[in-house]
Write a protein of this length. Structure first.
Length: 197
């Protein structure tokens, strides 16, 4: 039995970003943070199902992010405390950055394990890419924590939308680097890091 072909990159990007888009859209439409949190929970569950149907497996990063969205969204709803869902991005991005830097310190590169099938890069390029993503994720985690602690729910939602757009810009900004170092052609567009909500 042959393994099913991976879903196109744009499908994965839509599935990965759908919960965050649902959250932002619901809040901007209703100004109801609790309803928007319900949309994250439902959107995350649907994203996991779509990922399972299209690829017949759960990709590690979307699976972990989706599961944490369900947990933190559920805690926010059960405890009537918006901070839980807001903390998700801090925790996910902080852990992703930590995993990359710990992996590099141990002589491993988790990013290569995740993306190695799509790119053929020399070790120095993999290391550079991992450092870039690690710093990006940590920057997002720190910014998220500052916004969560100091700003209103309304500002947080706009910030969340900005981070989603920034993630896409960051991912596409890596394309020249990948084109320069990738020995396998054609070079696919890199998936943006999964950033939370």
């Amino acid at each position: 039995m042959t393994r099913p072909a991976a879903a196109p990159t744009w499908v994965r990007m839509v599935v990965d970003g759908a919960p965050a888009i649902a959250f932002i859209g619901a809040y901007l439409t209703t100004r109801d943070f609790r309803l928007a949190t319900w949309c994250v929970v439902i959107g995350s569950a649907l994203a996991l199902i779509v990922n399972l149907i299209t690829e017949r497996r759960l990709a590690p990063l979307p699976a972990v992010s989706g599961a944490l969205a369900l947990v933190f969204g559920g805690l926010s709803l059960a405890l009537h405390n918006n901070d839980w869902i807001k903390m998700k991005m801090t925790i996910v991005d902080g852990l992703l950055g930590l995993a990359l830097f710990v992996g590099l310190a141990l002589g491993k590169n988790p990013l290569k394990v995740i993306l190695g099938g799509a790119f053929s890069l020399p070790e120095t390029a993999w290391r550079t890419l991992a450092i870039r993503y690690g710093l990006f994720w940590w920057g997002c985690a720190i910014a998220n924590e500052w916004v969560r602690r100091t700003q209103s729910d309304h500002v947080f939602v706009y910030f969340r939308g900005g981070v989603l757009a920034l993630a896409l810009v960051f991912a596409f900004a890596q394309t020249p680097f990948l084109l320069k170092h990738n020995a396998r052609q054609p070079t696919p567009t890199p998936d943006p890091p999964d950033l939370g909500v």
